[in-house]
Design a protein around this ligand. Structure first.
Ligand SMILES: C[S@@+](CC[C@H](N)C(=O)[O-])C[C@H]1O[C@@H](n2cnc3c(N)ncnc32)[C@H](O)[C@@H]1O
Length: 411
């Protein structure tokens, strides 16, 4: 049992709650008297069973799973279906499908010490070459989506429950573009649907060949567009869009940099793992508070001479605004006026002189900015991202007049 659990975990196996299965099946609306229906990563095929119970067993039902044990369970559960043991991502079936429904595995493929999906790590290079949408670290669910869309008939429908991260992360920019060109997207945001997983999820459907996008909060419609072209998918309202346009975006006046990464800091010849009076702590997100910085405590376990900090990143040489990356979907900012070394967070380097950085940091911590970020991005990802930060509007009173006119000319 333990071995099976461990293998399942390494393949991203998670059971879908029955009421979610029912809801997703209710979105299928078969349009042919006999549809070809596929459940990829089928486990014991809950979706095929619920589909057949709702629409009839006369449809052609196909499941595929890479785990032989899951395949045995699926065959027991659905003796009338065709169940295939194989890798869905490398599968080349004879024909396409009218409906593809399921809950694909989630996780970054890589080494077991860092990443959840480690059984498939030898194939990562093959997947990367095979999938156009593969970008950055990516996530196995993105590859499942691309493969499923390719295997759909024109006019066919995909219904998947997946993490919400593809809606806003840069690593999924190509996936959003691919989806925008492939069909009409309908998204139902449900937040945490798996009690034992801290992941915010959406049910997405794609009707191949149509265009546009509709977003729902649960079942309530939020927005609908006929011209989707792969942009970030946010909970936009006229009020928050007006707020966003009320001032130039932060990226207009600041270069936004990431801190030096942990391996680089550790490898630095002047970094020590023991404190000395001549050294200062290398700061992390835990040192960053709303409006102030805790310079005393060392959470990184690393120390270095303060004057050597700029050899890690040039911007550790002068006072600048630091904004939290690792603090959930909220904005936490403070000015580092002591110029310490950092191992985490965003560092804002002013593009122009004369900006009141202390006032801007206080504004970034304000309730209105927290409301703006929470309303547009909910908990789609567990941290603040670069695009989220760069779009925050800066009130005009914090910007010197001559810089403001430059911004007006550019726009
Ligand atoms: C999240 S579970 C979903 C199981 C079932 N569909 C459900 O909803 O309860 C994902 C399933 O995908 C399977 N899987 C993982 N990688 C796969 C691959 N490359 N090809 C086919 N199946 C895979 C796992 O074995 C697991 O059964």
């Amino acid at each position: 049992m333990k071995i099976r659990d461990e293998r399942g975990r390494a393949l991203g196996a998670v059971k879908t709650p029955p009421d979610l299965v029912e809801f997703m099946v209710s979105l299928c609306h078969p349009t042919k008297s006999r549809c070809r229906v596929l459940e990829p990563g089928c486990g014991d095929c809950p979706f095929l069973l619920a589909f057949a119970q709702r629409y009839g067993f006369h449809h052609e039902l196909v499941g595929i799973d890479i785990d032989p044990e899951a395949v045995r369970a699926a065959k027991r559960n659905m003796p009338t279906a065709t169940i295939i043991e194989g890798d869905f991502l490398l599968w080349e079936p004879d024909g396409r499908f009218d409906i593809i429904i399921g809950n694909p595995p989630y996780g970054i493929i890589g080494d077991g010490s860092h990443y959840p999906i480690h059984s498939l790590k030898e194939k990562k290079g093959i997947y990367r070459n095979r999938f156009w949408t593969w970008q950055g670290k990516f996530n196995i669910y993105g590859a499942f989506i691309e493969q499923a869309v390719k295997l759909l008939n024109e006019g066919g429908k995909l219904v998947f429950v997946v993490p919400a991260s593809w809606m806003v992360l840069d690593d999924f920019a190509k996936l959003r573009l691919f989806l925008a060109h492939s069909g009409h997207l309908t998204i139902y945001y449900f937040g945490r649907v798996f009690s034992d997983r801290r992941v915010s999820c959406v049910v997405m459907t794609l009707e191949k060949g149509r265009k546009g996008i509709s977003l729902h909060d649960g079942l309530s419609p939020v927005s609908r567009r006929t011209d989707y072209a792969g942009e970030l998918i946010r909970f936009e309202t006229p009020e928050w869009l007006a707020f966003e346009k009320s001032g130039p975006p932060l990226e207009c006046f600041f270069h936004i940099h990431f801190a030096a990464r942990s391996p680089e800091v550790r490898a630095h010849p002047l970094v020590s793992t023991t404190p000395k009076s001549s050294l200062v702590p290398v700061l992390t997100g835990r040192n960053l508070k709303s409006g102030w910085i805790d310079y005393q405590n060392c959470y990184s376990g690393l120390w270095m001479p303060q004057e050597a900090a700029p050899t890690l990143r040039f911007f550790y040489a002068f006072p600048h605004i630091v904004v939290g990356h690792t603090k959930g979907t909220r904005v936490v900012a403070a000015v580092d006026d002591r110029c310490y070394p950092w191992r985490e967070e965003f560092h804002l380097v002013a593009k122009a002189d004369g900006l009141d950085e202390r006032a801007i940091a206080a504004y970034l911590n304000s309730e209105v900015v927290q409301d703006y970020v929470r309303s547009l991005y909910r908990d789609l990802v567990p941290h603040l991202t670069l695009p989220m930060l760069s779009r925050i509007p800066i009130p005009q009173e914090f910007i010197p007049t001559h810089r403001l006119s430059l911004f007006a000319q550019e726009n």
